[in-house]
Design a protein around this ligand. Structure first.
Ligand SMILES: Cc1cc2nc3c(=O)[nH]c(=O)nc-3n(C[C@H](O)[C@H](O)[C@H](O)COP(=O)(O)OP(=O)(O)OC[C@H]3O[C@@H](n4cnc5c(N)ncnc54)[C@H](O)[C@@H]3O)c2cc1C
Ligand code: FES
Length: 331
């Protein structure tokens, strides 16, 4: 049987009317931006429109790896090893990655993902080169509700939660939003997946020190847990420091955050203390990204249910949720 390299799964549910595409994209650029992160930029003229906070399921393996293997050999012959034999077991499930940037320059539809190499799938991405093919499914899930232009938007990211906020920064800038602060936290200086345009501030003030996508240039504060660069401490400490310096000038602040769940809970608590709205992007384990495997469940409030809550699939109703919808984030 010959499989089409592109298919469109027209799952039309109450919450989704956009077709989900699986299609090949051409890798145009690979930047090893810091010790463990790679920025993979690819283009495809077929990827449907997306929003910041949505994600792609990437097929992190060579197409050849599915070829049948021949292990048996006789006394007079050599074994025939295929690519699968040489690279280890196939990485069957696609892996979820936030869209880190998206731009349509008129000739091609470019998108980027930023991957931290932690296992077989992300190590495969780490070895990509310009010209290679990347098969993507998406865009998937629900992204951030964009803040109003008259609100102060605070983009608070930690570690592998930084990528969707870069795409959000571009989108806000392109929509004329100027009242934006960026706060990123990483464990140490060489795990920051963003290039610098200036020295990192250490005193709690935000400055335009990061190269953000497109023309975006917003004041940013970078925190390192070990104090090796920028603000010494956690990103929530940086948020509180910035709030103490300029919080009285913030207008109906809204925090858009993504990162490890302990960090998200700390940001949710800080946002409540500051009287700020907050949207959290939950990166739960995801097997399919399409609403079939149930690996990504999260408990959300449901006043109409006897117990007051229900399970939600974060690949469908999220990954971005309003802080107060999610149990354990509501104070
Ligand atoms: C919606 C979403 C968006 C994501 N965006 C990004 C991104 O922009 N950049 C990025 O680098 N990563 C992102 N991730 C995480 C990324 O999907 C995993 O790192 C990747 O699947 C690991 O695959 P692997 O084969 O390399 O390693 P695996 O062998 O699959 O995993 C390696 C280790 O990481 C743990 N792990 C895997 N997935 C997760 C997870 N979701 N949360 C916590 N621990 C996990 C595993 O338990 C294991 O210990 C995202 C995850 C989700 C759900
Ligand atoms: S990832 Fe499979 S149902 Fe959500």
């Amino acid at each position: 049987m010959v499989w089409s390299r592109k298919f469109i799964c027209t799952r039309m549910t109450a919450s989704r009317t956009t077709p989900i595409c699986s299609l090949p994209a051409r890798v145009t650029r690979v930047d090893h931006v810091c010790r463990e992160h790679v920025i993979v930029t690819a283009e495809s003229d077929q990827l449907p429109p997306s929003q910041p906070g949505q994600f792609l399921q990437l097929q992190c393996r060579d197409t050849l790896a599915t070829d049948p293997s021949i292990h048996a050999w006789g006394p007079q012959t050599w074994p025939r090893l295929n690519l699968l034999d040489q690279t280890g077991p196939p990485i069957l499930l696609r892996r979820p990655f936030s869209i880190a940037d998206r731009a349509d320059d008129g000739t091609a539809n470019r998108f980027s993902v930023i991957s931290r190499a932690i296992g077989p799938g992300t190590r495969w991405l780490d070895r990509l080169e310009a010209g290679m093919e990347l098969n993507v499914t998406g865009p998937l899930g629900r992204g951030y509700a964009l803040p109003d232009p008259d609100q102060t938007a605070l983009l608070v990211g930690g570690g592998v939660g930084i990528p969707p906020l870069l795409y959000l920064a571009r989108t806000l800038h392109e929509r004329g939003h100027r009242d934006v602060r960026v706060l990123f936290g990483v464990q140490t200086h060489d795990l920051l997946p963003v290039r610098l345009s200036d020295d990192l501030p250490t005193n709690g003030h935000a400055t335009p020190c990061l190269r953000l996508p497109g023309e975006a240039s917003f004041p940013a504060l970078v925190a390192t847990d070990d104090g090796s660069a920028g603000f010494a401490g956690r990103v929530t400490d940086a948020l509180r420091a910035l709030h103490a310096l300029e919080g009285d000038r913030w207008r109906r602040p809204v925090i858009c955050t993504c990162g490890p769940e302990p960090m998200l809970k700390a940001v949710a608590a800080a946002s409540r203390a500051m009287g700020s709205d907050c949207q959290v992007c939950l990166e739960r384990f995801m097997g399919c990204g399409l609403g079939t495997c149930l690996s990504c469940v999260v408990r959300v409030h449901a006043p109409d249910q006897e117990k007051g809550w229900r399970w939600a699939l974060s690949c469908q109703e999220g990954p971005v949720f309003e802080r107060d919808r999610v149990l354990d984030y509501d104070g």
